[in-house]
Design a protein around this ligand. Sequence first.
Ligand code: PLP
Length: 364
Amino acid sequence: MVGRINPNVASLTPYKPGKPVGELTRELGLTDIVKLASNENPRGPGEQVQRAVRDASRALSRYPDGNGYALKQALALELGVDSSQITLGNGSNDCLELAARMAIAAESEAVIAEHAFVVYTLAVTACGGTLIRVPALKFGADLDAMRTAVSERTAMVFLANPNNPTGTWVGEDALVRFLDALPEHVWMVLDEAYFEYVEADDYPDGIRLLERYPNLIVTRTFSKIYGLAALRVGYAVSSPYVAELLNRARQPFNVNALALAAAEAALQDSAYVEQSRRLNASGMAQVTQGLAAMGLAFIPSLGNFLSFAVPEPAAALDVYNALLREGVIVRPIAEYGLPGHLRVTIGLPEENARFLEALGRVLS
Ligand SMILES: *Cc1c(COP(=O)(O)O)cnc(C)c1O
């Protein structure tokens, strides 16, 4: 006998993370492994962050500051917003979920693009909402079609800019046109997890749009360029009104003390961010050139990752498994509607080289 199950939960498919290094070691006995599967920063954390974590670890018996006062102050200064606009999350995934819970109930619809980040689907489904998935245009979000898909029942639109796993992005003009046309009852969640990596002239800064669009919620994270994926800390920036609503659904101590301290230290280390951005730009050139030299097509990406097409689409999983045997972990993305592609994270130069060499062997 089992108890009754919430059908929204019963219908979920668990999130599939990139394969952890330890798991591959257990399965194949490999030790020299390169993980390019979860869009993590390949560099370790900076000195200041390590020191902050060590210092904070002395107070582990105490609950963290449930309001994250110091980190919010530091973020407010960095972002040019008021701290009342910030909601901290246990990773920005937490913020995405809080946003869904704020807006989505049974009978609500949420509009997303085909190939969108899978967490939107999980969050909306768990709240009993229905997803309206709008076909992509050249792998990217088709904003005109998404606008047409918005109806009286639409509660929220989710858009990652750039999107994971496609790396595709929307420019400022297109985004503003979309927001201008969005009915007032619809919330827009703009997921900028890779914001700090982006180098493109027409790339919009969601936070600068908040004043014009009170229905906008922007999320960012310390998991990517700041190199703190293990600690789980991200944030939403919105109107104070929305922040107050998100705060109602939030767990009292959703961001732990080590994460708060590390994030605050990471914000001060702008050199680390700049070096990471440059490392990624040169790694992206290395990987795209390597793939092109093998005659492989890829989707141009503004993030720290790249999705490429395997020559024999039906064999993508075989290529993935063969790369595992070479000690290289990438990410299959069939669950994103891209069964013939694999996604690789840009790593250190030697990791990128190892991936390219392994791929060359696997495909020959
Ligand atoms: C990695 C990623 C996030 C960040 O998740 P965290 O919970 O902050 O680690 C959010 N959105 C997208 C599109 C991502 O790829």
